[in-house]
Design a protein around this ligand. Structure first.
Ligand code: MRU
Length: 375
């Protein structure tokens, strides 16, 4: 995807120094586009924990590069394997909900285990992390192609039955940022949107601002604008009203962890959008790469650990004022807060899951048709 007309990815190995991993620092988007240097496994841990990088697939890829940096560091450690294992545990603890994090770290550990010679281990780690990165791009693009068919169908139906009231534009509502900034490229929920846009379908996106960190406002609105996709920023409470008035044709979201029977953990507030979509008979699809599916659990509400985050995210809002990025307090100083990062949408409210292998029902039977080997 592009920033200021230049093709970019969210994470890369520095061309002159392959011991330097670089990412866009998403904490200050869209007001400041800067690059954050990850020089150690510690800086990758910091980047994930403090949301320099965020979004389930990108967290996974960043952690894989963190494992590569850990291998480099292990060279100077008395017990190299123990060091690598301790960094793996640390990286996994950075954020609890997105399963891509432990998925990527465990994959790296398993694949590196057989390599005993340290220089070969380091080379292999870099290769594996880069493979995971490239795989993420391919997976997102596949989801885009499958999801495109859903949008195409809606566009065709709207063209045939256009009443004139809401026109033929396909209006898609999305929550948080499940865009290319949450992955390496393309995005999960946005991949079908970009594919539709490129195919010449008239699409328009309702962007939930997504309090408290406003990933919709600061990231999704930014990236859609950069690609030239029509969009409108709305407050988190607006979606239900739009749905009641025929102004939403499709809801498309991503996921941080989906269970083997199709319960979906995603950014806090996703569940309320699913309820409203269900009540208004609007298709609600989740774009879920298999790296975000936790095939070990089935009860999303009772088993997925939901991240709780700093109270200041609720009490303060960050924005640009007088050309500077600033935070302002929006409540009495001592107001108690509660800040859950994610919620779980039960499978019964979900029309379908878009994966890299195709689209299926949000159920164990549905996911089994695509990922039988995991059951
Ligand atoms: O807290 P974040 O910004 O990491 O949350 C991101 C989301 O909830 C996304 O919707 C999600 O990772 C799924 S798709 C990339």
């Amino acid at each position: 995807m592009e920033i200021n007309g230049k093709h970019c990815q969210t994470i890369w190995v520095n061309k002159e120094n392959n011991q330097l991993i670089q990412v866009f620092d998403q904490r200050f988007f869209p007001h400041k586009i800067s690059v954050y240097d990850c020089v150690s496994s510690e800086s990758i841990f910091f980047a994930i924990k403090e949301m320099v990088v965020r979004g389930a697939p990108l967290i996974g890829v960043a952690a894989a590069y963190g494992m590569y940096l850990a291998c480099l560091e292990a060279k100077n450690q008395p017990n190299q394997n123990q060091y690598i294992i301790s960094i793996a545990e640390k990286l996994k603890s950075a954020r609890p909900t997105a399963v891509n994090l432990s998925w990527a770290v465990d994959y790296m550990l398993k694949e590196l285990d057989s390599e005993t010679e340290m220089d070969l281990k380091i080379n292999k780690a870099l290769l594996l992390a880069t493979q995971l990165k490239n795989n993420d791009i391919a997976v997102c693009e596949n989801m885009g192609n499958f999801g495109l068919e859903i949008i195409k169908k809606i566009a065709q139906q709207k063209t045939v039955s256009a009443s004139g009231v809401n026109g033929t534009t396909v209006n898609i509502l999305t929550h948080c940022n499940a865009g290319w900034l949450a992955t390496v490229d393309w995005g999960t929920a946005t991949a079908p949107i970009y594919k539709a846009f490129l195919a010449g379908i008239d699409v328009h996106v309702w962007v939930d601002e997504t309090r408290p960190r406003n990933q919709g406002a600061s990231l999704t609105a930014f990236e859609l604008g950069q690609q030239g996709v029509k969009h409108t920023l709305i407050t988190d409470n607006t979606g239900g009203h739009l749905m009641q008035h025929g102004m939403v044709d499709l809801v498309l979201v991503g996921t941080d962890r989906t269970t083997k029977n199709g319960d979906v953990a995603n950014k806090i507030g996703t569940y309320l959008k699913a309820l409203a979509a269900y009540d208004n008979n609007i298709p609600f699809y989740v774009a879920a790469p298999s790296s975000s599916i936790d095939f070990t659990i089935s009860d999303g509400i009772n088993t997925i650990e939901i991240e709780t985050r700093d109270e200041n995210e609720v009490k303060y809002v960050q924005g640009k004022l007088n050309n500077e990025i600033q935070s302002v307090l929006i409540c009495p100083e001592k107001t108690p807060t509660l800040n859950y990062g994610f919620d779980v949408t039960p499978a019964r409210l979900i029309t379908g899951i878009i994966t890299e292998r195709g689209i299926c029902n949000a159920s164990e039977e549905g996911l089994k048709t695509l990922f039988n080997e995991k059951y």
